[in-house]
Design a protein around this ligand. Structure first.
Ligand code: SF4
Length: 471
């Protein structure tokens, strides 16, 4: 049987990256194999994101460009999934006559039937039904890591927080957690197949299991920490209001839990946080950061910001700038506020002028860049435990150093390090992807670090929780 070729265009967050994997897995038994070449596809799926207007425009622009392909090859099937599909449903069919199928965020397990109907009966199919049970697709059947040592594992879906600017609760449904045994079994299979690092995913992992009375997130982490062969655990995303003492304590207790937390704050101003319905204050956020740092002094902290939320005054924005300076984040993602029709904030008054939002965004990013560089410079001279991810592709790096290949990996705090082999690696020797090594940091840039390999086994050099200075 000739395999059908499946091309997936993934737009948006890690959750969508994970869902694209589930889409590919769901369609595999029907003979679909993924391709990176759009032109050879029999089925094109656009996995969309509705979180910001820009992501939605990007999806529609890509879908629009597929019309020409469809004219040239009428047998080509075009599907739209993800958050925009959930939000817009049938409306996409009238707007885009060349689209064959629309499937929502809960319809991935039903995708084989949806595709089959569209293909054999030549009908246009829409399935945006939301379910009240978490859907499970076995992502590990026949899994081969293909050299990938780091994987996402979703532990929950949906969200109950209803932040006033956000569409997630409407397009991904209410919060549901997977059973811990299924999560454990998925990670164990990944590890048996070469994976060394997992990132546990959810819209708000801190409330994992609470509704269902399953274990808490801290308890889940403890079980994952016990998996033999796994080297590193990360997670995202955390809501500050649900960051429990147990979870903060896990950073001081669990050897495999990387000292990095992504803790979106969104604004440094209490009135703005209130209108965003975030349910914490600036002070609560600062207290949590202080507590985390008392438990794990080397913890890297990153965050998300929305700039120009309706009614954000200059004074509110300055409160954001002072928060950034006080916390001294390792890095941030900052976005311009954009109206999302189904989110309550789209009806708020006192919208900030777009030019002002752009100017504030630039100001915030510039302030953070200085802080990131300062934090990175503080690492120069330290030894860092790096998990090798592959050869370094940074332009100009190879020419700047005479000897051998260059490598790249990440610190426990999730900073990218490009490094040269150093004297410890003989000319015939090579490093393996997934191997842990000790690297001395020699130079800091705004978005990465440069270093030299010191040892192929980092254990003595990088005692946990202490600063790890080179001898
Ligand atoms: S916590 Fe708020 S921002 Fe995050 S997904 Fe839920 S509603 Fe959206």
């Amino acid at each position: 049987m000739r395999h059908q070729k499946l091309y997936i265009n993934t737009i948006g967050c890690q959750m969508n990256v994970y869902d694209s994997d589930r889409i590919a897995r769901a369609l595999e038994p029907g003979g679909y194999r993924q391709t990176d070449t759009l032109e050879e596809a029999d089925l094109v799926i656009v996995n969309t994101c509705a979180i910001r207007a820009k992501a939605e425009q990007k999806a529609f622009s890509f879908i629009g460009r597929l019309a020409r392909m469809k004219r040239q090859n009428p047998k080509l099937l075009i599907g739209v999934g993800g958050c925009v599909a959930q939000q817009e449903g049938e409306a996409i069919l009238s707007r885009m006559p060349h689209v064959d199928l629309i499937f929502g965020t809960h319809a991935i397990p039903r995708l084989p039937r949806i595709v089959d109907q569209a293909k054999t009966r030549r009908i246009r199919v829409v399935d945006v039904e939301q379910s009240d049970e978490i859907d499970e697709i076995d992502l590990t059947a026949g899994f081969h890591s293909d050299g990938q040592v780091s994987r996402f594992v979703t532990i929950m879906q949906g969200c109950d927080n209803y932040c006033s600017y956000c569409v997630v609760p409407y397009v991904r449904g209410t919060e549901m957690s997977r059973h811990p045994d299924r999560i454990l079994s998925e990670i164990e299979t990944l590890v048996r197949n070469g994976v060394r690092e997992v990132t546990l995913l959810g819209q708000n992992v801190n409330s994992y299991g609470r509704k269902e009375g399953l274990s808490s997130f801290a308890e889940l982490l403890e079980r994952v920490n016990g998996i033999e062969g796994l080297r590193r655990i990360r997670f995202t995303t955390s809501h500050p209001k649900d960051l429990s003492d147990d979870l903060m304590g896990a950073f001081g207790k669990l050897a495999k839990l990387c000292p990095h937390i992504h803790l979106p704050v969104q604004s440094g101003s209490d009135p703005v946080l209130k209108r965003m319905n975030r349910k914490y204050t600036r002070q609560v956020y600062l207290d949590r950061i202080e507590r985390l740092r008392s438990i794990r002094p080397d913890i890297a902290v990153t965050s998300d910001f929305i700039v120009g939320f309706p009614g954000e005054s200059r004074e509110d924005f300055e409160a954001t700038l002072t928060l950034v300076e006080t916390v001294a984040f390792d890095s941030i993602f900052a976005f311009m506020y954009s109206d999302r029709e189904i989110a309550p904030a789209s009806h708020f008054k006192n919208k900030v002028n777009e030019d002002e939002i752009k100017a504030r965004l630039q100001e915030l990013l510039a302030a953070q860049e200085t802080i990131t560089l300062r934090n990175n410079r503080a690492l120069v001279g330290t030894l860092q435990e790096i998990m090798v991810e592959g050869s370094s592709t940074r332009p100009g790096l190879a020419e700047s150093i005479d000897a051998g290949p260059q490598w790249s990996g990440r610190t426990p705090g999730n900073k990218i390090v490009n490094f040269s082999p150093g004297r410890d690696l003989g000319s015939e020797e090579t490093l393996q992807v997934g191997q842990m090594v000790a690297v001395r940091i020699e130079k800091a840039h705004a978005h990465s670090l440069r270093g030299e390999l010191v040892r192929k086994e980092p254990s003595e050099g990088c005692p946990r929780g202490k600063e790890c200075h080179a001898a």
